[in-house]
Design a protein around this ligand. Structure first.
Ligand code: ATP
Length: 217
């Protein structure tokens, strides 16, 4: 008789991580704990060449993610997008991960700023066939009250993981997380002026940036 394995609950947090900061780590660990996920994978994206910060390529961004999560047992990195030579759409990445994990629940995590423009993503209509969406509050970005995103919430939002009834995809959760007022843009601006706020990013990342002289003008 075939052994039936229990469903694994896999979180995915896509981002450019340019650089990874404490907001990303807070977000990833908060969602992992709050939903009791087996693992939360950070999924570094390609940055289109014209947007790549000079001297900070994908190799450095991946190395900073690895340095940042070294002491977090429930966090992992999934380099699937960086292994491809071209930027890929999230929907294509999720199709691949869904093929690899047909029997697991997948939770695609994002801040409210990302969700607010979801209807501009390629083939966004397919996303909920592939995963659940988990949306966290972010300073300055309110929950959409009109447009496609608001309609998606009206149709698919549930109030907690217990309401998902073992489903592997198809629902949206909006979490009432504490606010983490930090962005990579803000950190890049500080670094370009030669300053750094040590509260905003892990020490291992500060060290990596210093060792490789990244984000200097
Ligand atoms: P940038 O300032 O370069 O746009 P960023 O700080 O938004 O970068 P990303 O790597 O683009 O970081 O973000 C990856 C994901 O993490 C996105 O879904 C984003 O909404 C979310 N995120 C990043 N920082 C925070 C934060 N402080 N609070 C909540 N969500 C966040």
């Amino acid at each position: 008789m075939a052994i039936k394995h229990p469903i694994q609950h896999i979180g995915l947090l896509g981002g450019t991580f340019n650089p990874i900061h404490n907001g990303h780590l807070e977000l990833a660990t908060y969602v992992q704990r709050r939903l009791g996920l087996d693992v939360m994978q950070l999924l570094p994206n390609h940055v289109p060449p014209h947007k790549e910060t000079p001297m900070v390529n994908a190799k450095h961004r991946l190395a900073m993610v690895n340095a940042a999560i070294a002491n977090y047992t429930q966090l992992d990195v999934n380099p699937i997008e960086l292994a491809r030579s071209q930027p890929s759409y999230s929907v294509d990445t999720l199709l691949t991960i869904r093929q690899q994990q047909p029997d697991n629940a997948i939770y695609f995590v994002m801040g409210m700023d990302s969700f607010a423009s979801l209807s501009q993503w390629s083939r966004w209509q397919q996303l909920l066939d592939l995963c659940h969406l988990v949306i966290c509050q972010r300073p300055g970005d309110a929950i959409p009250t009109k447009g496609i995103e608001a309609e998606l919430l009206a149709q698919h939002q549930k109030s907690g993981i217990s309401e998902l009834n073992g489903k592997l995809s198809g629902h949206i959760l909006c979490l009432n997380n504490p606010l983490w007022p930090v962005s990579s843009t803000q950190i890049r601006q500080h670094l370009s002026h030669g300053t750094i706020d040590l509260d905003l990013l892990p020490e291992s990342v500060v060290q990596y940036i210093a060792n490789h002289q990244l984000y200097r003008q």
